[in-house]
Design a protein around this ligand. Structure first.
Ligand SMILES: [Zn+2]
Length: 379
C-alpha cells in the first residue's frame, strides 16, 4: 500500500499547526454522526463519534493533554479515510467498530495547557477520577467495552531514540500492568500491534521510532486500562527535523493507525513478537532545540570556552502559538544533541548586558563581532 499517497488523499487540510481547538474541529464534526457525551470543567462539549459494524472494537481518544494536538490532526485524516470509497476504508468499517473521543480536554486545548481547566493532569487521574473529563473517558470505556485502546499523545522535542542522535519522531508504549513490568497475553497483544506499526514506520522514518519508558503508574490511563485487561497502546507524536508544526509526525501517526489496524484484522494467529518490541530503542532525553558549541565567555573577568543550550517554550499569545527560545543549560552538554547546532569556533558571546549566557534569558545574542542570533537562530 502507498501510505504516503493515502495520507495525501485524505488529509484534513483545514487542520494545521499546533494550536487545534474545538473551533477547528467542530466544523469537521458537523458532518459526522457524533454525539455530545458531557462537558468539560468550563462547559465545553466533549464529542464522541462511533462508526463501523465489525466485531473488533477499537477505542481511541486524543488530546487528553490540551496542547498535544498532532494526533487529533491524524485522527481527522483517518476519519476522511474511513469515509472514503477506498477499499481500505470500507474494509475497516466492516472489520471494526470504532469509538473516538477526538478532544478529551477542550479547555486545555484552548488554553494550550497539558492540564485541564482545574490544573489537573488527566493522565494522572485515572484512579481518583476527580475531573469531569476523566469520568467521561472512563464511562465511555466501560460502556463501549473495547478490544483495543489507543491513547493518543504528543511528546516533547527532547527525546531521542536511545543514544543514536536521532530524534524520536514517533514513540509507542505497551504500558505495564504491574510494578514488575511483566508481560501477559493482554500486554503482548499491544506489543504485537506496535511491532507492526514500527516495521512500517521504519520505512518512512528509519531510526526515528522509539519505545517509551514502561515504569508502572496506575494513575496513568494506559496502565489502568491494561490492568482492566484491555490491550492499550500509547502513541506519542514527536519532532521531525525542522518540523515544529508536526505535519510529518501527523502523517506518521496516520500511517501507524492504518498499518496497525491492518495487522489487527489480519493476525488471527497472534505471533509472539515481544522480543522485537523490546529491541525498539528506548526514548531518552538527549535533545535540545539549540546547542551552541565552543563559545567564548567572560566569567569573572576570565575568558573561558563553553557550550550552551536553548529550548523553545511554546507560548500562547493573542490566539497564536509562539515558539520563544530561552537559554536552559550551560556546560559541557556531553551526550546531548541539538536540533540546531552551531559551532562558534571560540567566538566571544555578547548579549545586551553581558558576555555570559544566563539560564532563562531569551536566546538573543551576538557571537564574535557581528554574527547575530535572534530567538535562537542566526539572523
Ligand atoms: Zn500527553
Amino acid at each position: 500500500m502507498d501510505y504516503i499517497e493515502l495520507h495525501k488523499q485524505h488529509k484534513a487540510n483545514s487542520l494545521f499547526g499546533r494550536y487545534i481547538t474545538l473551533v477547528d474541529i467542530e466544523p469537521l464534526l458537523e458532518q459526522l454522526p457524533k454525539e455530545i457525551i458531557g462537558e468539560s470543567v468550563l462547559g465545553k462539549p466533549i464529542y464522541k463519534y462511533t462508526i463501523g459494524t465489525g466485531q473488533i472494537r477499537i477505542f481511541m481518544w486524543s488530546q487528553m493533554h490540551g496542547n498535544e494536538s498532532t494526533t487529533t490532526k491524524a485522527l481527522f485524516d483517518f476519519f476522511n479515510c474511513i469515509h472514503s470509497n477506498d477499499a481500505i476504508g470500507a474494509k475497516f468499517l466492516q472489520e471494526f467498530t470504532f469509538c473516538f473521543l477526538p478532544m478529551v480536554n477542550p479547555d486545555g486545548a484552548e488554553l494550550y495547557t497539558r492540564e485541564n481547566a482545574n490544573g489537573v493532569d488527566l493522565n494522572r487521574d485515572s484512579v481518583d477520577l476527580t475531573q469531569p473529563e476523566s469520568q467521561l473517558l472512563r464511562q465511555t470505556f466501560t460502556d463501549f467495552k473495547p478490544d483495543f485502546c489507543y491513547n493518543l499523545h504528543d511528546q516533547r522535542t527532547i527525546f531521542g531514540t536511545g543514544d543514536s542522535g536521532n530524534v524520536a519522531t514517533v514513540s509507542f508504549l505497551a504500558p505495564s500492568f504491574n510494578e514488575n513490568r511483566e508481560v501477559n497475553e493482554v500486554r503482548s497483544k499491544a506489543m504485537n500491534v506496535i511491532v507492526a506499526m514500527y516495521d512500517e514506520l521504519q520505512k518512512h522514518i528509519p531510526n526515528q521510532v522509539g519505545r517509551f519508558d514502561d515504569g508502572y503508574n496506575i494513575n496513568c490511563i494506559g496502565d489502568t486500562f491494561i490492568s482492566l485487561n484491555v490491550p492499550t497502546i500509547l502513541f506519542e507524536a514527536g519532532h521531525f527535523q525542522n518540523d515544529y508544526y508536526r505535519e510529518v509526525s501527523r502523517k506518521m501517526i496516520f500511517i501507524a493507525l492504518i498499518s496497525g489496524l491492518i495487522n489487527i484484522y489480519e493476525n488471527d494467529i497472534v505471533y509472539n513478537k515481544n522480543d522485537i518490541y523490546l529491541q525498539i530503542p528506548q526514548n531518552k532525553i538527549v535533545f535540545y532545540d539549540f546547542i551552541y558549541k565552543n563559545v567564548k565567555i567572560n566569567y569573572d573577568n576570565k575568558e573561558k570556552i563553553t557550550n550552551f543550550a536553548a529550548q523553545y517554550k511554546e507560548e500562547l499569545i493573542e490566539g497564536k502559538i509562539q515558539f520563544n527560545a530561552y537559554i536552559v543549560e550551560i556546560g559541557d552538554l556531553k551526550g546531548k544533541f541539538g536540533h540546531f547546532q552551531y559551532n562558534a569556533h571560540k567566538m566571544m558571546y555578547f548579549n545586551e548586558e553581558d558576555s555570559i549566557p544566563k539560564i532563562n534569558q531569551k536566546a538573543n545574542f551576538t557571537l564574535g563581532k557581528d554574527i547575530i542570533f535572534v530567538n535562537g537562530l542566526k539572523k
